[in-house]
Design a protein around this ligand. Structure first.
Ligand SMILES: Nc1ncnc2c1ncn2[C@@H]1O[C@H](COP(=O)(O)OP(=O)(O)OP(=O)(O)O)[C@@H](O)[C@H]1O
Length: 311
């Protein structure tokens, strides 16, 4: 990213020259999936029939995130890359507090806003009505909504369509409206999951300006994208996840290059070698010593744990 300091981890995995905005400490997310499948149990459906007869079902545990630790700093713009199913969206949901971690803790200095989900919009209402609804749902007062309304419409670029029902919008137009609403609250921590890929060039430019503004105000932006160009253009730091594992964290040029090489090896039928390189990169990653951070975040973390009813 032009004009911005590249990210480099010390041996302890934490930085002393920047203030943490979010601390992710050994987070696991496991999903338990029930299946009553007639296929794939190798018994021609006999087991499945028996389960139906006796009321049983089998379940598997999916490790969507496995022992994830990192620290997000004020002013960071962090790209998240990884193959399908690697845990990117799960990480966004867990940072936003929409999915509870199965293990570990998260401390955030202010509530992260996940673009698209926090703004629960209603398709039959107009863009204008949805702006008011979305802003109120994010906790703004009616006066704040009125004062921000024009800038949200401008940010969305939907001036001509703002009174049309949202269900008549294209996917890109809907994404622009959500992005504009999410930005209206001036979040200190903004989570953007793939939304940047749906807009046109003008929207990309506007959203980049908005994200730059958030970072300049000492905020933190997370961007999930399959577009490595988007990550390199918008981020000073990149995290690579694979099958729920935390593989690499660092300069976007370096991380996206390693990730690209890995995907290339995997698609060229060189899977064993690809996995070997992946595992070597993961093993060489510094252990994140969150215990070395100043004690402020730990007491806040304890408060959050207590609020969640934990001892
Ligand atoms: N609600 C759920 N119940 C069960 N498994 C889930 C659930 N949500 C996600 N998973 C599983 O967790 C893993 C991680 O999913 P996630 O959506 O976080 O991946 P992703 O990296 O965002 O993928 P993509 O690039 O395809 O969007 C996947 O194997 C997925 O099948």
């Amino acid at each position: 990213m032009a004009g911005s300091a590249k990210f480099a981890l010390s041996e302890s995995g934490v930085r002393w020259d920047a203030e943490p905005s979010i601390v992710v400490d050994n987070v696991d997310v496991h999903y338990r999936t029930q299946h009553h499948g007639d296929v794939g149990d190798g018994t021609g459906g006999i087991l499945a029939a028996a389960r139906r007869r006796f009321g049983g079902s089998s379940s598997t545990v999916k490790h969507a995130l496995h022992q994830i630790s990192f620290v997000g700093y004020k002013g960071d713009s962090i790209g998240i890359v990884g193959r399908n199913g690697s845990g990117k969206s799960t990480l966004m949901r867990v940072l936003a507090g929409l999915t509870l971690p199965t293990g570990g803790s998260i401390y955030a200095q202010s509530e992260p806003v996940l673009l698209g989900v926090n703004a629960a919009l209603i398709p039959s209402l107009s863009g204008a009505q949805n702006i008011r609804l979305g802003c109120l749902a994010m906790g703004m007062s009616e006066d704040e909504v009125e004062s921000k309304y024009d800038s949200v419409v401008e940010m969305s670029g939907l001036e001509d369509e703002i009174n049309h029902p949202m269900k008549t919008y294209s996917a890109g137009m809907g994404a622009r409206l959500r992005f504009a609403i999410a930005c209206a609250v001036d979040p200190e921590i903004l989570l953007v999951d793939e939304a940047l890929n749906t807009g046109d060039a003008q929207f990309k430019q506007r959203s980049k300006q908005r994200m730059d503004f958030i970072r300049e105000q000492a905020g933190t932006v997370f961007i999930v994208s399959h577009s490595l160009g988007t990550i390199k253009e918008n981020c000073n730091r990149c995290i690579w996840l694979d099958k729920g594992d935390f593989i690499m964290d660092g300069d976007p040029e370096v991380v996206t290059k390693e990730y690209h090489n890995f995907v290339w090896r995997m698609t060229q039928g060189n899977k064993d070698y690809g996995m070997q390189i992946r595992n070597e990169i993961m093993a060489s990653r510094p252990q994140i010593r969150t215990d070395l951070l100043e004690s402020g975040w730990r007491s806040a973390k304890a408060a959050r744990k207590r609020a969640a009813g934990k001892p």
